[in-house]
Design a protein. Structure first.
Lengths: 206, 206
DNA sequence: GTCTATACAGAGATAGAC
DNA sequence: GTCTATCTCTGTATAGAC
């Protein structure tokens, strides 16, 4: 609260906890592990954040904000074409995944374990409304004859699939493609942006 | 072993454990919970499967067999066209996901937590070799002029993305699309097969 | 604010009766 | 093979000194 950097220790804890929770999930994470990695002791974790649950909730709250919400600006934008929108969506989504590669898996993981989280995650994001806008826009384009007959739901699903899954299955694809380092995989994903856009546009353009 | 149905109780335990592990992961699962759902007590779990770890390993071993391996027949098949292969891959993959919707998330989950599992999962599957065959086939098609210039790695990635991610993010998409029941979602996925095939073919065909 | 020591609870595993 | 009772360990959480 008193702000002015929110106390250094507190930030270090959150940063560390985020990493551990991302990799191990709520159940797999150990307070001891977080403490060790943060260079402090367990008691201090509880001093700053009453309990493991509480700490987790805070991380989740912060992270879920980053999950999908950024699409609103692009989709509701008036002054770019439908194709340009798709291009921007793909680029933005892949960029976001590069910055927070564990996020989608982390979110899905906790939703599967505790389905009641779903409303919390999606509900507040307002993305549902934006999604419906996109569906309508797609229908409009079909009517205009700029794209072939396709449902917006399917199209958005395809976009999200191709942007997101390569990060969820990252270790799998890395192995398959013989890629050794994270850095190299990121490069491949950077280049992939163009490919995905081209793939999608070609699939729908008339 | 003595076979003849592998003892009923043992099978019930495995079936139950699979469900619980799928939903909660190794760490989140509780032996008490498995016992309750299976209608027996904890001690019996340990009687049949020494430990939680052991039980988990057995489930994982069985399930990983189902993960991707089935693609080999299709890809190495000689008497169908490249486009027919894609059609069959998509159909087969989505069918498999319908039958075991939690599998990909489950596998990825454990790989992220214990990266050493990766070799075990991919290594034995032989899918890596099959993947390379597909990459070569794609190049050949490009050269033949039947499809536009695209790398096999990207194409296969796109296929796997579109087949798999809708099941990982199932609760998310269900909410987004206003779908209430699992059964209805499966119907949507059944219909989706055709859509995905069309999407991919349109995206690459010359 | 940060530490050490410790209480407490939960979950995996075992002993032993039937 | 199946059960109840119990042991043991691990991990969260707290008390209290500095």
């Amino acid at each position: 609260m008193s702000n002015s950097n929110e106390s250094n220790t507190q930030e270090i804890i959150k940063k560390t906890a985020r990493e551990v929770f991302f990799q191990k999930g709520l159940d797999g994470a150990r307070m001891q592990d977080i403490a060790d990695k943060a260079g402090i002791n367990k008691a201090l974790l509880h001093y700053y954040f009453r309990s493991k649950e509480k700490l987790f909730e805070i991380i989740l709250d912060e992270e879920k904000q980053n999950f999908m919400r950024y699409l609103e600006d692009i989709i509701t934008s008036q002054d770019i074409t439908f194709f340009e929108k798709i291009e921007k969506i793909v680029e933005k989504q892949i960029d976001n995944m590069i910055n927070a590669p564990h996020l989608p898996h982390f979110i899905m993981n906790e939703i599967i374990k505790r389905p009641e989280l779903l409303n919390q995650v999606i509900g507040n994001s307002g993305f549902k409304r934006v999604f419906e806008v996109f569906v309508k826009q797609t229908s409009a384009e079909v009517k205009k004859g700029t794209i072939r007959n396709i449902k917006g739901e399917q199209l958005m699903m395809n976009i999200m699939c191709m942007d997101t899954y390569p990060f969820i299955a990252k270790p799998y694809f890395m192995n398959l493609m013989g890629i050794e380092s994270e850095a190299e995989y990121i490069k491949v994903m950077q280049k992939r942006k163009k490919e995905v856009v081209e793939f999608i546009i070609t699939a729908i353009k008339l």
